[in-house]
Write a protein that binds this ligand. Structure first.
Ligand SMILES: [Zn+2]
Length: 422
């Protein structure tokens, strides 16, 4: 692993030099001078006309669902799910592998360095991500549709995945995935929670995504999904809850009390008509950590975090009728630092000592003229083709928009899809 020096790059509001040593941001200074000896071991990039932001952390996706992109559009949710499940039933290891690599290709091209995945065959998915040089966290999905006879197999699978994940290395982590309270029995939720706490793993769960799911929970359990999980002692700082669209005041108090992280999946929620009033301000006021995710390509169609930032901000400003809602600095944090914090990664910020996960933005183009407010231009004016290079763990995984293996990935993903949809 060589060193990288970013010369004269806009970082925050100032032009700086950034020296990356190994996988860490070693130094940020006005002018870093290297000795001839140091220069030999360093890739020096002239970054005039460029800006640096932390790589995005996509906190909720189902990566190999890239292969279901655009399938059965404009269909009601339950009918759409039947179609998607039929395709998913045909996905073998080869499909998961190329679907995940296709997802990584897209995420790299749009500036993401780390993602939280919840999908089938996590070992295969992890191998695909490793090939691409990104960070990832893979939730092993527990889903028994309340049929307790399935628990044993799921528990064994979880334990086996845990042993395998011991050899995954620093860049990839395992997580416990509980699909949702309406698809997983209380016994299995409790077992998953205990397992995660014992092994010090995060728990990834879909929560209060639709209004119907909350109404059903009230009918069945006499309380909301969050209240139900509290009764099961299944909430804690390890809980990372995707969606959280339908929250009561008490739900948000509970989330704050147990240190639960919320993941906003704005494009998916809008496209599936799940709900549009994500309660960002109310969660923030209570000190609940909010992160951003794209969800899978089945419902969000792309994995573009910059686009998700834009929709998230427009949505908050729109439904609240408040132009001050979700300001730019908070928007960048929910897409970067907050996700890194939730996953226990020392990344998500461009500061000395942090992991070197950096997106380099080309600001020498129309969308950044005038450059009165860089973040505003990035989110509201540009598109993600302005993301020119990407550094993950101190390695350049995209340089000048080129990603290793791009043609091969596209061709193989197409071949796999020909089999899935024949
Ligand atoms: Zn999801």
């Amino acid at each position: 692993m060589g060193n990288i020096l970013l010369k004269g790059i806009l970082a925050g509001t100032k032009i700086k030099d950034i020296l990356i040593k190994g996988n860490t941001i070693e130094q940020i200074k006005d002018n870093i001078l290297l000795s001839p000896e140091q220069e030999k071991d360093c890739k020096i990039l002239d970054c005039s006309g460029k800006a640096a932001i932390p790589g995005f952390v996509n906190m909720h996706t189902h990566s190999a669902m890239t292969l279901t992109r655009g399938y059965k559009e404009d269909t009601a949710l339950q009918e759409w799910l039947q179609h998607i499940w039929a395709v998913e039933a045909k996905m073998d290891e080869e499909a998961i592998y190329w679907g995940t690599r296709l997802a990584c290709l897209e995420m790299i091209k749009t500036g993401t360095t780390c993602f939280y995945d919840q999908y089938w065959m996590p070992q295969t998915a992890m191998e695909a991500v490793k090939e691409m040089g990104m960070r990832s966290v893979h939730a092993f999905v527990a889903l028994n549709l309340k049929d307790e006879s399935k628990n044993r197999g799921i528990m064994e699978g979880m334990e086996q995945m845990y042993s395998q994940s011991r050899s995954w290395g620093e860049m990839h982590k395992m997580s416990v995935g509980v699909h949702a309270p309406y698809t997983v029995s209380d016994n299995l939720i409790k077992w998953c929670t205990d397992f995660a706490r014992e092994k010090k793993l995060t728990v990834h769960i879909h929560m209060s995504e639709t209004e119907q799911e909350n109404l059903d929970s009230i009918k069945l359990n006499g309380c909301t999904p969050f209240e139900h999980l509290e009764k099961l002692d299944a909430l804690g700082p390890e809980t990372i809850a995707a969606h959280c669209v339908w929250l009561s005041e008490n739900d948000m108090d509970i989330m704050a009390k147990y240190g639960v992280t919320a993941v906003h999946n704005v494009n998916s929620n809008l496209k599936l008509s799940s709900g549009s009033r994500f309660k960002y301000n109310e969660l923030k006021e209570r000190g609940v950590r909010v992160c951003l995710g794209t969800d899978g390509c089945g419902s969000s169609n792309n994995l573009d975090m910059r686009e998700a930032m834009k929709t998230a901000a427009l949505l908050q400003k729109g439904w609240r009728r408040d132009p001050l809602a979700l300001p730019l600095n908070e928007l960048l944090n929910i897409a970067t630092a907050n996700g890194a914090d939730a996953l226990g990664l020392d990344a998500g910020r461009i500061e000395e000592g942090k992991l070197a996960d950096i997106a380099i933005i080309d600001i020498d183009n129309y969308a950044f003229v005038p450059n009165l407010d860089f973040l505003s231009n990035l989110v509201y004016s540009a598109n993600s083709s302005c993301i020119e290079s990407l550094i993950c763990n101190g390695e350049l995984i995209m340089e000048q928009r080129r990603v290793k293996g791009e043609r091969e990935i596209i061709e193989n993903a197409r071949k796999v899809c020909n089999k899935l949809y024949k």
